[in-house]
Write a protein that binds this ligand. Structure first.
Ligand SMILES: Nc1ncnc2c1ncn2[C@@H]1O[C@H](COP(=O)(O)OP(=O)(O)OP(=O)(O)O)[C@@H](O)[C@H]1O
Ligand SMILES: [Mg+2]
Length: 257
């Protein structure tokens, strides 16, 4: 089941940004969300989580109606790596990552348990961030901090992981490594992951399914082979391109000037 969204609408003030989004994000898959700047991708993720209050429509997360449970209950199931974050970055990397355990604390005054600390520590190691754990999060480089955001989201131990441009500050090697780690969790631990990506070729390599948004709606949904076509890229991005296939038939996109 994972996420089912029905006729979701949202406005910032007068301007309607989501104009009736209908989509089914499948459990245990890695889904990419693509689309031009400003088409509503980040707004969509924030609406799914309930950070922004939709005007109308309905979001079901693993068969639970999102509006019928508390934010804390939602946070036990789903975590977000945001596009931007300056939240509490004055704390140490280790403490910042431990914040992922907050939704799981028995009460707001019970401290972190040994298991909580172990989980934070394992995720720091998993993402090669162990060496930074005593640093002030604010002092990390953009790319290092972006990986710390993922470590915090994984420490939340979610069934569903939402990533908003998780590789935007990463060099190609770290971008591939991060997506590969997420893909491993999807394949081995049945994690459901949804990532907003701008790199069409990374999306093609790593995602099982792609959702292409345009102007506040889902324009296309399908496998990379189905939706990464020259016609669709021209229509959605107004981009002239040549779409080639690698030896496994996966599309890769060469923009034409
Ligand atoms: N707080 C806000 N107040 C008013 N308008 C907003 C606000 N946040 C976003 N918008 C507008 O809503 C539209 C969708 O924004 P959103 O951040 O969802 O786009 P996006 O698809 O994630 O784009 P990008 O690829 O650039 O991250 C944009 O036109 C943006 O300017
Ligand atoms: Mg965005």
């Amino acid at each position: 089941m994972a996420i089912k969204v029905n006729n979701l609408k949202f406005s910032y003030g007068e301007k309607e940004t989501l104009k009736g989004v209908n989509v089914h994000i499948k459990k245990g898959k890695f889904t990419g969300i693509l689309g031009p700047n400003g088409c509503g991708k980040s707004t969509f993720l924030k609406n799914v989580l309930g950070y922004l209050k939709s005007n109308s429509g309905n979001v079901k997360i693993n068969n639970i109606d999102r509006d019928e449970v508390s934010k804390k209950e939602i946070a036990k199931i789903i975590s977000l790596v945001p596009q931007k974050s300056n939240l509490m970055a004055t704390m140490s990397v280790e403490d910042f990552v431990l914040m992922g355990r907050l939704p799981h604390l028995k009460s707001s005054w019970s401290g972190y348990t040994k298991e909580d600390k172990n989980m934070a520590s394992e995720n720091l190691k998993f993402l090669g961030l162990d060496k930074f754990k005593e640093r002030i999060a604010l002092s990390l480089s953009g790319g290092e901090f972006q990986r710390v955001l993922l470590a915090r989201a994984l420490t939340q131990n979610p069934e569903i992981l939402l990533l908003d441009e998780p590789t935007s500050a990463l060099d190609l090697n770290h971008a591939v490594e991060l997506l590969n780690r997420v893909k491993t969790l999807v394949q081995d631990k049945e994690l459901t992951s949804v990532a907003v990506l701008h790199d069409l070729n990374l999306a093609s390599m790593f995602c099982d399914e792609l959702i292409i948004m345009k102007d506040g709606k889902v324009a296309y949904q399908g496998t990379p082979k189905e939706v990464l076509t020259e016609e669709i890229l021209k229509e959605v991005y107004n981009l002239k391109s040549k779409v080639l296939k690698d030896e496994n038939g996966y599309p890769y996109v060469i923009p034409l000037i």
